[in-house]
Unconditional design. Structure first.
Length: 415
């Protein structure tokens, strides 16, 4: 009897398995926790590097524009604070400095806390990236820059929203148009849109093959889509390719006098043109995207003139960057031919990207669950090229981030 009881006790392994299971689970949890800490560290390091890059580029751009070193350092700190990782520990520190008035440097002595690795005696991991932006000599960076800005001037933009958009647009113009245009140029085109595109009398005839009517208080120079097989391509208007429609939804006249402005490097003229913007009517966003593309299109030299048309696409990646900035505050609710305005706009976005045009999109106080949000996200070159501004300050920051990114084409960034 006693021998049987002893044998059962001797061969009972349940307790050993419980202990082994407990040890195994502990190891597994430590491995998983370590992976979580490592992932947090990788994310913090990448976000901190990106924040530092943006900061030094912003500071160097201030120096390029003749700003003081104090103003440059303040700009660097502002950009860094708005973009740094929230995973960094409380005693983390990033220091910015100006070197010989020509470069902005940044060094970080940061860390993240590691609660899981702390079990193994590792309470934190260092995050110590560095960055430097060096100003290109003179005003010539070795590349041309062309930027088309689609800007919403519909009725919902009336008042403070239009004021914020004008301010942000001027800020971008002042940043990306450099003074020395002797070898390489930076040019901006302005495409304000609502239910149609007011092209102005200088371009109306070439786009529609019609003579603009004269009016004392109203303008008659607005266009819509081009019908037919060439509606979505970039062939210049002609008898064979077709011309654009010219009657507005409300009749023959334009709802505002706000016109587009083809590519220009005249900063004063561009800013003055922004001041003429008026808000009214509905949203034909596909027309805005279409004409943003056409102002960058070399084939439209027959419309805008050789000096105002885009340079050849073959120069992209060699000595040219083409960029479209598409901004709206709501749903595209106005169409004429060829399907919904959103569907048509998506086609123009796709066509621009197929030409290696970099597309930035900005939503201004749009519904994150709405169709406009989804469209702008997909239209952008990448999710990083999409900005959702919830207020005027964020709109200004979105335009500044884009301007800084564009300015980086003229700044040498090193790590």
């Amino acid at each position: 009897m006693y021998q049987a009881i002893f044998a059962r006790f001797w061969h009972d392994k349940s307790g050993a398995f419980a202990i082994l299971f407990g040890l195994t689970i502990g190891i597994i949890m430590l491995v998983i926790g370590s992976a979580v800490d490592y992932g947090r560290w990788m994310s913090a390091r990448a976000q901190t590097q990106n924040a530092m890059d943006a900061a030094v580029l912003a500071a160097s751009r201030v120096l390029q524009l003749g700003g003081s070193e104090a103003a440059a350092l303040a700009a660097a700190q502002q950009y860094y604070d708005q973009n740094k990782s929230n995973l960094l520990g409380g005693n983390s520190k990033t220091v910015f400095s100006i070197e010989n008035g020509q470069a902005t440097a940044a060094n970080s002595t940061s860390k993240i806390n590691t609660p899981f690795l702390a079990i193994a005696g590792i309470s934190s991991l260092p995050v110590t990236p560095s960055a430097k932006a060096v100003i290109a000599s003179g005003g010539n960076s070795g590349s041309h820059v062309e930027i088309a800005m689609m800007l919403d001037i519909t009725g919902s933009m009336y008042g403070s929203k239009l004021i914020a958009m004008k301010k942000a647009t001027k800020d971008l113009i002042d940043t990306v148009i450099w003074d020395d245009q002797s070898v390489y140029t930076s040019r901006v085109a302005l495409i304000p849109f609502n239910e149609h595109i007011n092209v102005g009398p200088a371009y109306f005839k070439k786009l529609t093959n019609r003579t603009a009517k004269n009016g004392t208080t109203k303008t008659f120079t607005c266009v819509r889509e081009r019908k037919g097989s060439n509606q979505f391509n970039s062939k210049a208007p002609s008898y064979s390719a077709g011309f654009f429609s010219y009657r507005s939804f409300y009749g023959k006249f334009c709802v505002t006098k706000t016109t587009i402005m083809p590519l220009s490097s005249d900063k004063t003229a561009l800013n003055a043109h922004v001041d003429t913007f008026q808000a009214a009517s509905s949203t034909a966003g596909h027309l805005g995207a279409q004409f943003a593309w056409y102002t960058l299109e070399p084939k439209f030299s027959s419309v805008w003139g050789t000096s105002r048309a885009g340079r050849p696409y073959g120069e992209i990646g060699k000595s040219l960057h083409k960029i479209a900035v598409l901004m709206t505050d709501g749903d595209y609710n106005q169409r004429y031919y060829g399907g919904s305005s959103f569907d048509q706009a998506a086609t123009f976005c796709k066509n621009m990207k197929s030409k290696n045009i970099v597309v930035y999109t900005i939503g201004f106080e749009i519904d994150t669950a709405g169709k406009a949000y989804d469209h702008l996200l997909k239209c952008a070159t990448s999710p990083d090229h999409f900005f959702n501004a919830e207020n005027a300050d964020q709109l200004g920051m979105a335009f500044r981030n884009i301007a800084t990114s564009i300015s980086s084409l003229r700044l040498r960034l090193t790590h």
